[in-house]
Design a protein around this ligand. Structure first.
Ligand SMILES: Nc1nc2c(c(=O)[nH]1)N[C@H]1C(S)=C(S)[C@@H](COP(=O)(O)OP(=O)(O)OC[C@H]3O[C@@H](n4cnc5c(=O)[nH]c(N)nc54)[C@H](O)[C@@H]3O)O[C@H]1N2
Ligand SMILES: Nc1nc2c(c(=O)[nH]1)N[C@H]1C(S)=C(S)[C@@H](COP(=O)(O)OP(=O)(O)OC[C@H]3O[C@@H](n4cnc5c(=O)[nH]c(N)nc54)[C@H](O)[C@@H]3O)O[C@H]1N2
Ligand SMILES: [Mo]
Length: 759
């Protein structure tokens, strides 16, 4: 690619500000939706409007402000785009030709407009009627020897009503095979926190940010991935609240940010220094940091100070003695080595934590996507428990979820390991016996495809093949299937790496109106802080041939389950009937759903730790121990670097909005490797040099990505970073957290291979 601008230049302005405003305008123009898009943005995250399809951060309760950010605007503009993928488009391009195109190119073609079926004879997708599409799905599913031969994926944009029915359909069909995007994301939260505090969700609400005395942000890039979060962070900072950011990359927005909605800051080119303490952690070093902070706390207690909340520990927790023994076993030299930090900084972090009477710890993929991601989340909970940071204003644990309804989907039944309580309720409410054995998570579903146990894949949203690890093997896995179904808004790689039969089923998007025989419908979503709100699209659907996702689920069920106990046809038209069933299956949290959702701001689902109630087997919050300081299998070779695969500022997961990553100073390129200058010097590498990366893996397979350009970047030592999904071929399928199934996408052990001359 040629370009007048240099490809890499340090971004020196604050994040946000005019850069964000300009980027918003640019994307609306690129998608040719300036008027339509601007109008829709006015309804985004407002009562009576629709929920932003981008991240899961909650909206500030009914401020008069616009509640969207630059990246929400990008998501909206790409959804509202004027470009269309039509039957003529598919006639002009074979599937193999489309496979040669980049993810960016596929995305830029626009919205899907009608159902398509793959025709193997011509290698083209051809139009198919909705009836024939559903009949084909029914035929394939009914022909299976066992329901466990089908995999039912969900991506977290799916609304509660759709996800709930999908879970019922699949269970009546007879399996718990629910690979979902959460399996690659915050599953360590969903699996790690229940034995610790009794619920796999965050305990913080937005108001808590106003009462916090310290905020830690571990392994999350808020300015890019949850930009609306910058508002409470900036406000807290202006109040003098210390903010500690722990990250191997000095993410721009965490350092300096201009609130695009703060008129004075915008006009004066002012900014806020968001982070008071930037902790330049080594990849996977968070465990050592947390244990180091606890070590300081135990030392101070031993010296006679009252550091811990002893009443809370005595009244509410179990396992304190074991934690004390574990922390005593760690020595400073090892802590410093594993974290890559100096002792003084760990002591400063401990001091900030000790002085604060109400601390929030937020975290993202930098914590969860490790081989012991679940246990790492538990160590964060341990740290909070020591000072009673649950059940009081301004305190708690705050996983920053990704997809806008990924948390909600799990709440309403997308779970390969469902609870017996839920299954009993499903039997009681719907009158069929659901399967009791565990199903497949994402990694297990690929293993099942690879060894021929799976035959059918249905993807309710998402872009499975690009999101999962081990790209080459995963492509092989998909291609062996008898049927793949992509229920989607946009053409993506998942439609081109397909089974023998394949369908693309286009849907009405979040920002668009759903009108059924019973009138206009709305759906609901649950954000990262457990608020359930209504979402009502305001735009006309991109094509008259689109169906709502809920109808697609119902009609797949009708076509597959002729003797069904569920009256699917009723749910196609009236979504309040679905909400009534959600209330019946989850009475403890969803009783009175249809009434409660009428409140303009929705309602909050009960989080027992907020009341210091612990739904664990012993009725206590538990200190859970992860011995040692390592969170990923060690590799002895000194050439090894840990690779984190991260998001750029211009992508939403596998959707690439542009090749730029403004805050990290990268333009027109995604095939880059961010590397510390000293690590480069050790290897005789220069900025701009072309390299290949190869994974250290022990299964004999070669995992290599070539053609990466080195960027001299202030990474922590031994840590490198590059972009997801381009680097997914390097991530072995077997490299995941065994508790949750979450791939360790932030800690791939790699070596630099071929070194070519600087271009
Ligand atoms: N615009 C936009 N918004 C999004 C998304 C998007 O792609 N684009 N994706 C959505 C989804 S599904 C999700 S899950 C979230 C993801 O949001 P984030 O959790 O922010 O995801 P990442 O960009 O993958 O990486 C997070 C950070 O972890 C750091 N990191 C890497 N390794 C380590 C480590 O070992 N320790 C620590 N402490 N930090 C580490 C990286 O440097 C990076 O800053 O965002 C959601 N929102
Ligand atoms: N190496 C590496 N791999 C990762 C990660 C990482 O950090 N590193 N992150 C992981 C994480 S956190 C996640 S959440 C997964 C994401 O995995 P997915 O959720 O599977 O991927 P997305 O890119 O969000 O899916 C994009 C597609 O969803 C479809 N879509 C968009 N809106 C809608 C809608 O309203 N309805 C329907 N039916 N379809 C829609 C569009 O066709 C679009 O192409 O990837 C994971 N993979
Ligand atoms: Mo995610």
């Amino acid at each position: 690619m040629t370009d007048a601008k240099p490809r890499y230049r340090t971004y020196t302005s604050p994040a946000g500000g005019w850069g964000a405003a300009a980027a918003t305008a640019k994307v609306l123009m690129e998608q040719s939706v300036v008027t339509k898009g601007s109008r829709a943005l006015l309804a985004m995250n407002q009562p009576g409007g629709f929920k932003c399809p981008s991240c899961a951060f909650p909206d500030a309760a009914c401020t008069k402000k616009l509640e969207f950010c630059e990246n929400g605007a990008k998501a909206l503009a790409h959804e509202a785009t004027k470009f269309r993928v039509t039957r003529e488009f598919f006639a002009a391009h074979s599937a193999s030709e489309l496979m040669e195109q980049s993810d960016y190119w596929l995305e830029m073609q626009g919205r899907l407009t009608e159902p398509m079926r793959y025709d193997a004879a011509t290698d083209h997708y051809v139009p198919v009627s909705w009836d024939d599409a559903f009949a084909l799905i029914g035929r394939h599913l009914r022909a299976l020897d066992s329901p466990h031969q089908a995999e039912f994926y969900t991506s977290g944009r799916t609304a509660n009503e759709t996800a709930f029915l999908y879970a019922i359909f699949v269970r009546e069909f007879g399996t718990n095979n629910f690979p979902d995007c959460s399996n690659m994301c915050h599953e360590p939260t969903s699996r790690g926190l229940p034995p610790s505090i009794g619920i796999g969700k965050g305990t913080v609400v937005l108001d808590d940010f106003e009462h916090a005395e310290a905020i830690f942000l571990i392994g999350h890039n808020a300015g890019t991935n949850a930009p609306r979060m910058m508002t409470p962070l900036v406000e807290a900072r202006k109040r003098g609240v210390p903010i500690v950011a722990v990250n191997p990359m000095p993410e721009r927005a965490l350092i300096k940010f201009t609130e695009p909605q703060d008129i004075v800051q915008m006009a004066t080119f002012g900014s806020t220094e968001v982070t008071s303490e930037f902790v330049h952690i080594r990849i996977g070093g968070d465990l050592a940091l947390i244990k180091g902070m606890m070590k300081v706390m135990f030392e101070r207690e031993a010296a006679g100070e009252a550091i811990f909340d002893h009443d809370f520990i005595a009244g509410h927790t179990d396992g304190f003695a074991a934690l004390q023994a574990d922390i005593a076993a760690q020595d400073w030299a090892a802590i410093i080595q594993a974290s890559g930090l100096d002792e003084a900084q760990i002591r400063r972090c401990a001091e900030i934590y000790i002085r604060s009477n109400a601390t929030i710890i937020c975290y993202g993929m930098g914590v969860t996507q490790h081989q012991q991601g679940s246990q790492l989340v538990q160590q964060i909970a341990n740290l909070l428990l020591l000072k009673g940071n649950f059940g009081k204003p301004g305190a708690g644990i705050s996983p920053i979820r990704g997809h806008s309804n990924v948390q909600g989907d799990r709440t309403v039944g997308i779970d390969e390991r469902p609870s017996q309580t839920y299954l009993d309720k499903v039997r009681e409410v719907f009158g069929f016996e659901p399967p009791r054995d565990h199903g497949h998570h994402t990694v297990e579903s690929i293993e099942a495809m690879l060894d021929g146990r799976a035959k059918v894949f249905i993807g309710l949203g998402g872009n499975f093949v690009r999101a999962v690890p081990d790209t080459d093997r995963s492509y092989d896995a998909m291609r062996q299937l008898d049927l793949t179904v992509g229920i989607a808004t946009k053409l993506n790689r998942g439609h081109l790496v397909h089974g023998k039969d394949a369908l693309i089923l286009p849907v009405i998007a979040r920002s668009e109106r759903i009108v059924t025989a019973a009138g206009e419908q709305f759906v609901t979503i649950e954000d990262s802080m457990s608020n359930v709100t209504a979402s009502r699209g305001v735009l006309d659907p991109a094509s008259e041939h689109l169906l709502p996702e809920t109808e697609i689920v119902c009609r797949m069920a009708i076509a597959t389950l002729p003797g069904s106990k569920v009256d699917w046809a009723r749910y196609i038209d009236d979504y309040s009937l679905i909400r009534d069933k959600i209330a019946a299956v989850y009475p403890a949290i969803y009783a009175g759903f249809s009434e409660r959702i009428k409140a303009p701001l929705g309602f909050h689902l009960d989080i027992p730790p907020r009341r210091r109630m612990w739904a664990t087997p012993n009725g206590k919050a538990n200190f859970l121990i992860l011995p040692g300081l390592a969170v990923n299998a060690p590799v002895a070779d000194p050439a090894m670097l840990r690779l984190a695969t991260v998001r750029s500022h211009d992508q939403f997961n596998t959707t690439i909005y542009s090749y730029n990553d403004r805050y990290r100073g990268v333009y027109n390129d995604r095939m880059v490797l961010f590397m510390n200058g000293d690590d480069m010097a050790d290897r005789g590498l220069a900025a701009g040099g072309k390299i290949a990366l190869e994974t250290f893996s022990d299964d004999g397979a070669v995992r290599r990505v070539e053609g990466l350009t080195i960027i001299d970047y202030p990474m922590s030592r031994g840590s490198v970073a590059g972009y997801y999904p381009e680097l997914n071929p390097l991530l072995p399928l077997a490299f995941y957290d065994k508790t949750s199934g979450c791939p360790a996408a932030k800690a791939i052990p790699v070596r630099v291979l071929a070194v070519a001359a600087v271009d």
